[in-house]
Design a protein around this ligand. Structure first.
Ligand code: SAM
Ligand code: ZN
Length: 341
């Protein structure tokens, strides 16, 4: 089923135009953040080291600033505008610079605009105004679309990949970016996020539940088993596990009630290098050499005609007693696609 959506915000009408000179943490996001070591609040300790002053207001906490908790744990705002709040405990480095560059090229060319529109439409009635968080945000493309449609709100891009965070930090004037590993916990206070987006990224039901407001919403995007089926058939891509949807439900149902589910299919017409980027930005990039990707794409001609197919699910937090809570959990096996046999 294809979806048609109404009145897209500016970002969705064309190429992404939001890469800005602003750099650093948006002040309004600071009260939501927590020290990854002791969980206390963070405040700006120093700003404006020589040579790192912000070029554009109102980034009070610009590159060169230091965030500090009352116990003295301190975290620099990196030159690229994000803050590392992993506390040195990341389980892995996340997407590589090549994968992130490939994703940026595909997204900025507008090929995933129908999905951005669907995300904005699904979120609109579901979540109260407040902090919008994207976990595994990548370049921050979908978070920027959400903020375009929610002009009074601020966004937080969370990712473990430094190359991704460099881009996310400038994805939108109201986005701040922090480095964190979802399996080690999110550096956010309890019950602070109004809307949490997870698109093609790892999911921790327990941690998502902890940081969401009781009236907040979780929006999850997962590929269906039909996603990019033409590329899978040509041998250029790993398959999506057909049981993925059931496993998604199993991961989240203890913490959330499913309130909405919609499948979105749309056609992609890609130049050969864009199709190459599409493979390079996904999990197949970990397994396939550039030459084998090129060989798989060759029979598909140009433009490469593909079908994108995803499911958007909307979840609302169940009431859970504090005593029944655990940690962020373990990496879900569903985040690892199966190779086509
Ligand atoms: C497939 S990409 C999706 C990016 C973005 N949501 C999008 O759709 O454009 C998955 C992202 O999750 C990040 N990621 C992977 N494991 C993570 C973890 N444990 N904690 C935080 N981010 C993680 C990766 O670095 C990558 O940027
Ligand atoms: Zn601390």
């Amino acid at each position: 089923m294809e979806q048609r959506l109404r009145d897209p915000p500016d970002l969705l009408k064309g190429r992404c135009t939001h890469t800005t000179d602003t750099n650093g943490m948006y002040p309004a996001v600071l009260p939501y953040l927590r020290c990854p070591v002791c969980r206390a609040g963070l405040a700006v300790a120093e700003t404006g080291r020589a040579g790192t002053a912000p070029r554009t207001a109102p980034r009070a906490t610009a590159a060169g600033a230091v965030l500090r908790c009352p116990s003295g744990h301190s975290f620099d705002v990196a030159r690229h505008g994000y803050v590392d709040l992993t506390g040195g405990r990341a389980t892995h480095p996340g997407d590589t610079a090549e994968m992130v560059a490939a994703r940026a090229a595909l997204l900025n060319a507008g090929h995933y605009r129908p999905l951005a529109q669907a995300i904005v439409a699904a979120a609109a009635p579901a979540a109260p105004p407040g902090l919008v968080v994207e976990v595994g945000a990548g370049t921050g493309y979908y978070l920027a679309a959400l903020l375009d449609a929610r002009p009074a709100e601020v966004g937080l891009a969370v990712d473990v990949s430094k190359p991704a965070l460099r881009r996310a930090a400038t994805a939108h004037p109201r986005v701040s970016a922090v480095r964190a590993d979802v399996w080690r916990g999110l550096p956010l206070a309890d019950g602070t996020a109004s809307l949490l987006l997870d698109a093609f990224a790892p999911r921790s039901g327990a941690e998502f539940h902890r940081v969401l407001r009781a009236d907040g919403a979780l929006l999850v995007v997962t590929p269906t088993a039909e996603h990019l089926r033409e590329l899978v058939a040509a041998g250029g891509l790993l398959t999506v596990d057909p049981d993925k949807e059931e496993r998604l439900a199993a991961t989240l149902e203890r913490w959330f009630s499913l309130t909405h589910s919609v499948r979105l299919d749309w056609p992609l017409r890609l130049a050969r290098d864009e199709a190459h980027a599409l493979v390079a930005m996904g999990p197949s990039a970990w397994h396939a050499a550039p030459a084998s990707i090129a060989a798989a794409l060759a029979p598909l001609g140009e433009p490469v005609a593909l079908t994108a197919s995803v499911r958007l699910t909307l979840w609302h937090p169940r009431p859970i007693p504090d005593a029944a809570r655990g940690g962020p959990g373990e990496p879900a096996r569903s985040s690892v696609p199966a190779r086509r046999s």
